[in-house]
Design a protein around this ligand. Structure first.
Ligand SMILES: Nc1nc2c(ncn2[C@@H]2O[C@H](COP(=O)(O)OP(=O)(O)OP(=O)(O)O)[C@@H](O)[C@H]2O)c(=O)[nH]1
Ligand SMILES: [Mg+2]
Length: 297
């Protein structure tokens, strides 16, 4: 029998650096939701990518930032936890933002890892001569195995990067089935697709205080899915904004989410959205497990 290789790669970095965009590009499908706003990803999401006979298990993580609320702490905790048993760490840095304090603090925490890689992402947004100082600064911060320059959005440099990552995977039986596949519980994935539309249509800070939960999924005789989801908001004012005048906003969110669900899963679906005010949702331990998060007291 020929040898097999399999290992975990934690994708980590500041919020909005393009981690989820990269994850999706690698998988060739939407595994992780993306938005132009910060703090989009809230939990760890795994996906399996085969590179030849080598299995790469990517773990997308919430962006690292200074946590303020309990949910923030759980998110940043989930990100840092992903690095502890990773076989490789792939730090993503936004080329346009450069080496910020957040990047420096993060590197200080992971610098000891034996397979530390960094990808300067969004190179499509800056002039090439701005890259060298960034590379120099990164080299001062830690002993990176390799520094990649990529554009996740344009799929630039991604396949070469995959080869380098595949090279350091440890010899191991396959830890998952040897096919490319995401590993997200269905209900969470369905909720994520709706949350992505909340980020898209609801402006400013409000989406950070909104949670989406899939409560039930039924299949009728024709194979059409009935998906029941609640959108949890903190107060009546938020509820009004999410519903919009004459229900307009909620309708936009629902239509876009349903289309996306149908497209991603190749199914017919009806999506039933309800907006509920639950002021203490983020303080209740039982809500964290559903989201793949740990409740930190
Ligand atoms: N121009 C450009 N934009 C990019 C690139 N990669 C990602 N983006 C954009 O950057 C924004 C943030 O992308 P995400 O993938 O959600 O970032 P993230 O690091 O997962 O963010 P969090 O989940 O909040 O930590 C989106 O608007 C993306 O379209 C890139 O290579 N070039
Ligand atoms: Mg993300």
């Amino acid at each position: 029998m020929s040898k097999t290789y399999s290992g975990f790669i934690a994708i980590i970095g500041p919020t909005n650096a393009g981690k989820s965009t990269l994850m999706n590009k690698i998988m060739g499908r939407k595994v992780s939701i993306v938005s132009h706003k910060v703090q989009t990803t809230r939990t760890r999401l795994r996906a399996v990518k085969m590179v030849g006979t080598r299995q790469l298990i990517f773990v997308d993580t919430p962006g690292v930032f200074r946590p303020k609320r309990r949910l923030d702490r759980a998110m940043v905790g989930a990100a840092m936890d992903a690095t502890t048993d990773a076989d490789a760490i792939l730090l993503i840095v936004d080329a346009g933002k450069g080496i910020t304090d957040t990047v420096r603090e993060l590197v200080a925490k992971i610098a000891g890892h034996k397979n530390l890689f960094v990808a300067i992402n969004k190179v499509d947004t800056i002039a090439k001569n701005n890259l060298l100082p960034m590379v120099a600064e990164l080299n001062n911060l830690a002993d990176f195995r390799e520094i990649f320059m990529i554009s996740a959005l344009k799929n630039d440099g991604v396949s070469q990067m995959l080869k380098s990552l595949a090279d350091v995977m440890p010899e191991s039986p396959y830890l998952f089935d040897a096919t490319d596949a995401p590993d997200v519980p269905d209900e969470l994935y369905l909720a994520e697709l709706t949350r992505e539309k909340v980020y898209k249509y609801i402006h400013q800070e409000l989406p950070y205080h909104i949670n989406v939960v899939t409560e039930r999924v039924d299949v009728d005789d024709d194979g059409v899915l009935d998906i029941y989801q609640k959108i949890v908001v903190q107060n009546d004012a938020h509820k009004k904004i999410v519903i919009g005048r004459g229900g307009e906003q909620l309708k936009k969110i629902g239509t876009a989410a349903r289309r996306d669900i149908q497209e991603q899963w190749d199914v017919n679906a009806r999506l039933h959205l309800f907006v509920r005010v639950e002021p203490d949702w983020e303080d209740r331990a039982e809500n964290y497990a559903d989201q793949g998060l740990e409740f930190i007291k």
